[in-house]
Design a protein around this ligand. Structure first.
Ligand code: ADP
Ligand code: MG
Length: 215
């Protein structure tokens, strides 16, 4: 089943596009965070990915794991707030399942699924959180569950990822109707109803970038 390989360039292209996303969507993410948080989500992502951009040429020479570890460390070190450490941990641990691979090695789709699971699990652990709490996990958890079940159910890799992106968008939409039990929006209680969670929104767009570059 596994001739499908995501090559090293795929992982580089994803990061290049995330750098762009962080700039292009800065105002939107900030607007969402202004409604139920402190209005810095767009700025946080932008600060983090600008740091990544500065070092991209150097870091992309490494293996997928080495490269994403550097990306994650930059987000963790440079970004205040909750999203920096959470996304930082995601990227730091993302390549762990393929840590023995070299700088030119690609990744099978089975390995990619494991990487996504590893990333999401670390967010759960660091955030001490789960779905239904109006966070990025409302996007990421159903997306990754769908990715795995669709692929195991026979969907082709890119089709499985398309389904994952859709599940993530449904998860994002679900954050509109829930009260936050994690993060700053917690303090708003019922007043957070009607608003999308900013981290869930950025996660949905990040997943779409992972989808767009898939062969
Ligand atoms: P801060 O909340 O510190 O201002 P950001 O605005 O950059 O940081 O990010 C806010 C987002 O972080 C929220 O919309 C939510 O998705 C996510 N978040 C906050 N706390 C947690 C947590 N404990 N677990 C998972 N995600 C969280
Ligand atoms: Mg904020």
């Amino acid at each position: 089943m596994s001739e499908y390989v995501l090559d090293k360039q795929y992982f580089v292209d994803v990061i290049k596009d995330l750098i762009k996303l962080a700039e292009d969507r800065k105002e939107y993410f900030t607007e969402l965070d202004s409604a139920i948080g402190d209005g810095d989500h767009g700025m946080n992502l932008s600060i983090g990915f600008r740091e990544v951009d500065k070092n991209l040429d150097e870091w992309q020479k490494e293996s997928v794991n080495g490269f994403y570890k550097k990306v994650g460390t930059a987000l963790l070190d440079k970004v205040g707030g909750s999203s920096g450490p959470l996304y930082g941990s995601f990227f730091m641990k993302f390549g762990l399942p393929v840590k023995t691979k070299g700088p030119d090695d690609g990744v099978t789709f089975e390995e990619f699924i494991e990487m996504m699971e590893t990333g999401v699990n670390i967010i759960k652990k660091r955030g001490k959180s789960t779905t239904g709490e109006k966070t990025m996990l409302d996007t990421l958890v159903p997306a990754v569950e769908t990715l795995k079940s669709a692929y195991e159910g026979g969907s082709a890799p890119k089709e499985a990822m398309a389904k994952a992106v859709e599940a993530g968008k449904d998860g994002l939409e679900s954050t509109r109707n829930i009260v936050a039990t994690k993060g700053r929006a917690m303090r708003l209680g019922e007043r957070a109803i009607g608003h999308l969670d900013p981290g869930a929104a950025s996660s949905a767009e990040i997943l779409e970038v992972f989808y767009n570059h898939m062969p």
